[in-house]
Design a protein around this ligand. Sequence first.
Ligand code: NAP
Length: 460
Amino acid sequence: MSIQSINPYTLEKLKSFNEMTETQIEEAITKAHKTYQTWKLTSFEDRAKLLNKVASIIKEKKPELSKLITAEMGKLIKQAEYEIDYVVSIFEYYAKNGESFLADETLKVETGEAFIRKSPVGVLLGVEPWNFPFYQVARFAAPNIMIGNTILLKHASNVPQCAKAIEDIFKEANAPEGLYTNLFMPGSKVSKLLDDKRIQGASLTGSEKAGASLAEAAGKNIKKSVLELGGSDPFIVLEDADIDRATTLAIYGRTVNNGQSCVASKRFIVVEEVADEFLSKFTTKMSALKLGDPMDVKTQLGPLSSEGALNTILKQVEKAVSQGAKIETGGKKADLIGNFMQPTIISNITPEMDLYKEELFGPVASFYRVKNEKEAIELANATDFGLGGSVFSKDLERAKNVANQIDSGMVFINQPTKSSTELPFGGTKRSGYGRELSALGIDEFVNKKLIRVISENDKM
Ligand code: NAP
């Protein structure tokens, strides 16, 4: 079987790649394991040098890499350029701070000394999605390479050119062979790799189904896993919020990355005093978005990443309508060649409807009207997901109190949820476990090894 790269705007087939054979995968694991034996002994200085080199190559190639992202998965070109800048900052951040994050921790003991040394664990498997094809890889690979682990990376099958470009960048940076290896293989086969004794852990960003499969294989083999899965983030608007500002940010929160972000704002929960004003302004702004070529800087909403993604969201909307939901705007495939969904707002959603529980991975917003703050919090928590969320209010203490009651991994006040290099990223409930980015992100795949020292004359 071959792996296809298809432009979601033109639907043109761009390139295809062969899946790796079992022998090639075995060779990749062997090399990653062999390289681990020497990479784990390198200095922080040498590892930082490599990360900085990778960062500088990415910086240099920014125009071509941004265009590749846009061509392969449809992200607006300005957002693709931003992704590349962000990726550079992630590699530089771990190069700069990795050594201090991984420094020995001294423990108080009565005799001799004791300390915790953060040691590498070995070969790691990363399984990543297409929605941020460089960023998702960077936030897993950069900290782990700094620790001294080596990486096997199974990228999403619809972004093979990005996958190959990342591997090529490591080669160009003179990374030792086997430090970072791209695996061209289908998602359905990747969890099985955890049966291999040489692979010590795995991290997956993607759907619940894929996450459960990987975690099951990791559990069976007594290996650690980190999962960053889906979300259905609440966007709570209280009565004292600035509605013009909140609706502008609602558009950004719902349509960034053409609506395909795990931490996109998905459920707009507005207290009744301001619900009509919010809905009216939100609908006007949503329906005014300019759809078109994602390479054109004037375009505000591009295509979904694949035909499958478009069909999924269209079916979700159709079903919601058949169950009694109301379309405020949009609701259909847009009249363009690529995988375009009209920017959509749905209201009148009740707990009996499927949509109430589902994640919407595209430019479709669910709108809910609630009586008060208490009802807003209850509705925000009425989901199996727990990734991000936002609260809008002029009263920051009140907003913090609401944030405290939301069961999710991240809550942002007066802005949509967003990732930053220095802030931890991750969820709770069915959104997964573990954290990426910041100092916490470098702590997942380390052996916190105790070293206890006494001299021969000390009492034991
Ligand atoms: P997906 O199908 O789960 O794909 C993600 C990755 O998992 C791909 O590399 C895929 O490979 C692989 N995969 C597929 N089936 C698998 C299986 N049975 N076992 C192991 N790996 C498997 O995800 P998607 O639907 O394309 O991506 C969107 C989802 O990812 C959404 O739910 C979104 O919220 C979530 N997401 C979460 C975060 C976060 O940080 N929390 C960030 C971005 C996206 P193939 O492409 O070869 O199938």
